[in-house]
Write a protein that binds this ligand. Structure first.
Ligand code: ATP
Ligand code: MG
Length: 572
């Protein structure tokens, strides 16, 4: 490709609404332009990289035995009503009516559509295992679209779905996809971790997320420093031996009410009453799709809403707003407590051994000290309901753990019979009995993967593309475009490399060298070949690796072979 013909509008300035480096660089390198919030246009360079990721995905999916299909973005509401998700998916689901008033949505994911296909077409145990996938745009009306392609409202996803005769076979399909995901992200040049994850609204029994480790990641992950345990913070289990009982020995104190004017937060209460946060119990009120519930956690812990949701087995949970807290506890937020509360109370395990606790009094400007479970209030259930902290121990091996940030680029789920049951997708087994198909689903955020690759591979000058994702492997940069020798050498090398199958960009623009070097660094092509008048007199050209900055003079004669060799090495 000749740079002069390429639609590649680079920017020198950082766009003001681009908060993270991948978003900034994708804008500056002329890969994307914003149409409106969370919705982007892909320009030639950006599209080229997306296609590279798609090719890697397709190759690995085919290797794993998955077959490509294409499903519609527009989906009838009936299917979502059948699965039960029409009511629980919430505002992220873009809903609309056609001219006849029939309700539809734009697919945020395709479990319903694919289960509908399979219930009609797959009737025998002989038709399975079956894995189908597609690469297609998804629509989610995200509450906070941000970070460019990382969290858009329209984005490309590779979604695959597996169908098996039983759980054992489904476990094999899951493993195949899990391995394929490892290969895909390795080939994309990413540093990533597969972590145990919560199953969210997709549902199902078991799942892993593939996390690209990056400071700017929206997810928190926990990894053990010794064994292989790694989990999303939402999912991470607390080591059961962590709550130490001995700290709470001693006689029960009488419960007394103390005035705590305007003292609401844990910090304020502990300072005001000169107590340790571990002596305080926090009472958090949640509204759920069934009844409201109060959750107790120790003052120095944070509640984990995903764990609360799972323990209650409800479809939705949300922190209660100020008005609801007032209605349910009789006091504004900050003064809620378990004593005298008439709603269901559940508590984190660390609360179980606590004695003589400080708690809100359910009265404005008052707290209770010396509260004790059994005497002053009851808890209906204890469970692991809090977030892991960096001082927690690994739930598997007991060693220290680390908290990191990650970008979720992929997600694999075992769905069991959740959707096949809801949509009656059955097959006939060997003995002639009807049984539900056992499903799995597997997503990759294609555009997010590109953004994550840039988030992990850049320097102050621009992008450093992992070679398998780079739009071109080589950029030829003639310094003096008016010099016949220089341009002839550049053109010859361009032809030689192109005819031998290399992806080459020739910067044939009549620009100053400084401008060309800046753009070359910005768009991050792995190998740059600079051709200048002086070195050409000695029969040499300069080769520079974008990743290391290392430069080397090589003979003009035979330069194509040397460069092709470098490309091969980089891609292997
Ligand atoms: P998140 O927690 O980031 O919202 P999710 O759990 O909703 O993700 P899934 O439903 O598992 O995501 O979707 C599969 C993959 O699609 C994700 O792993 C992610 O890579 C990608 N993805 C999800 N939402 C978006 C989005 N708004 N923009 C870009 N990619 C997305
Ligand atoms: Mg989401």
């Amino acid at each position: 490709m000749r740079y002069s013909r390429l639609f590649l509008p680079t920017l020198r300035q950082v766009p003001s609404d681009a908060e993270i480096v991948s978003h900034q660089l994708m804008m500056r390198a002329g890969m994307i332009r914003k149409l409106t919030s969370g919705i982007y246009i892909h320009l030639p360079l950006g599209l080229c990289i997306i296609k590279k990721v798609e090719t890697i995905i397709r190759e690995e999916m085919e290797k794993a035995g998955a077959q490509e299909i294409l499903m519609p973005a527009m989906q009838p509401a009936e299917l979502w009503q059948e699965s039960g998700r029409w009511d629980i998916y919430g505002k992220e689901l873009l809903r609309f009516k056609d001219r006849h008033g029939r309700p539809y949505c734009l697919g945020p994911t395709h479990e319903e559509v694919i289960t509908d296909l399979v219930r009609r077409e797959v009737r025998s145990y002989r038709d399975m295992p079956l894995i189908l996938y597609q690469i297609q745009n998804k629509f989610r009306d995200e509450i906070r679209p941000r970070f460019g392609l990382m969290r858009g409202r329209e984005f490309a996803m590779k979604d695959a779905y597996s169908f098996d005769v039983d759980e054992e076979a489904a476990a094999k399909s899951y493993e195949k996809m899990f391995d394929a995901y490892n290969r895909i992200f390795e080939r994309c040049g990413l540093k990533f971790r597969a972590v145990e994850a919560d199953t969210g609204t997709i549902g199902g029994s078991f799942s892993h997320e593939f996390m690209v480790v990056a400071e700017t990641g929206e997810d928190a992950i926990v990894t053990c420093t010794k064994c292989g345990y790694a989990a999303n913070l939402e999912k991470a289990e607390v080591h059961p031996g962590y709550a130490r009982k001995e700290e709470y020995d001693g006689p029960d104190a009488p419960m007394t009410k103390v005035s705590t004017p305007n003292v609401r937060t844990v910090e304020e209460v502990t300072q005001f009453l000169s107590v340790h946060p571990g002596q305080l119990v926090k009472t958090i009120i949640f509204e759920t799709s069934s009844e409201p519930v109060a959750v107790l956690v120790r003052g120095d812990h944070e509640v984990n809403a995903a764990k609360v949701k799972n323990i209650l087995g409800v479809d939705n949970i949300e922190l209660a707003d100020e008005d609801t807290v007032l209605k349910l506890t009789g006091a504004p937020a900050g003064f809620a407590g378990p004593v005298g509360l008439s709603i269901k109370i559940i508590a984190d395990r660390a609360v179980e051994p606590m004695k003589n606790m400080v708690a809100g009094a359910n009265e404005r400007d008052f707290h209770l000290v010396g509260t004790n479970r059994g005497r002053d209030f009851e808890v209906s259930e204890f469970a692991d309901l809090r977030l892991v902290t960096s001082s927690d121990r690994c739930p598997r091996c007991g060693m220290a753990m680390e908290l990191k940030r990650g970008i979720e680029v992929g997600h694999v789920f075992r769905l069991g019979d959740k959707y096949s049951k809801a949509l009656s997708s059955v097959y006939v087994d060997q003995d002639g009995n009807e049984r539900y198909t056992i499903m799995g689903c597997y997503g990759i955020g294609v555009w997010r993967t590109v953004a994550a690759a840039i988030e992990q591979n850049h320097d102050k000058d621009g992008i450093i593309f992992p070679p398998p994702l780079a739009p071109y492997q080589v950029e030829i940069l003639p310094l003096q475009i008016q010099e016949g020798d220089v341009i002839a050498a550049a053109e010859t090398l361009y032809d030689q490399l192109s005819t031998q199958g290399a992806e080459v960009l020739l910067d044939d623009r009549d620009e100053r060298a400084g401008v060309k070097f800046k753009d070359a660094d910005l768009i991050g092509i792995p190998i740059r070949v600079t051709i200048g008048k002086k070195s050409l007199k000695n029969g040499e050209v300069e080769v520079r690796l974008r990743s290391t900055g290392r430069t080397e003079m090589i003979q003009r004669e035979g330069a194509d072979r040397v460069i092709l060799d470098m490309i091969r090495k980089q891609l292997s």
